[in-house]
Design a protein around this ligand. Sequence first.
Ligand code: FES
Length: 138
Amino acid sequence: MLSRQDYIDFLLDHYQNPRHHGKIENAEVVRPGGNPGCGDVITLYLKVDPETEKLSELTFEGEGCTISQASTSVLTEMVEGMTLTEIEDMGHDDLLDTLGRDVVMSRPRCAMLSLDTLKSAVREYRQQQRQAEAARGE
Ligand code: FES
C-alpha cells in the first residue's frame, strides 16, 4: 500500500515532469478550464477517433498550483485509450483514489479541475458531432 509520502512524491513527479504536455495543432476540441477562486488555469487539447469514439490524443497546458497541474498530468495517463462514454462515467472518486485521497482531499477544487474540464470537453465534442450531423441532414 502506498504511503502518504509516496502519493506526495507521485504528485510532485507529475508536477515537475508533466506527461502529455503541450498543444495539439489540429485538435478537435480545445477546452480551457479555470478555478475562479485562485485564477489557476488549464487548457485541454483533444483528438477523438470518430469510428470507435476513443480518445486518440489528449494533451494539456496550464499554470497553477501543484495539485491542479499534477492532477491534469495524471488524468491524461488514466484516460489514455478510453472511450468518451467511459470518461463520462468516471467519477470524482476514481481520480481522488489515484491522486491519493488523503493528500488532495483538503483541496478538492484543485484536484477536480482536470476531470471537470475534460468532461466539459467531451460535452463540447458531442455537441460538435450533433451539429455536424444536423448540417448533413442526418
Ligand atoms: Fe488554484 Fe489549486 S490553488 S487550482
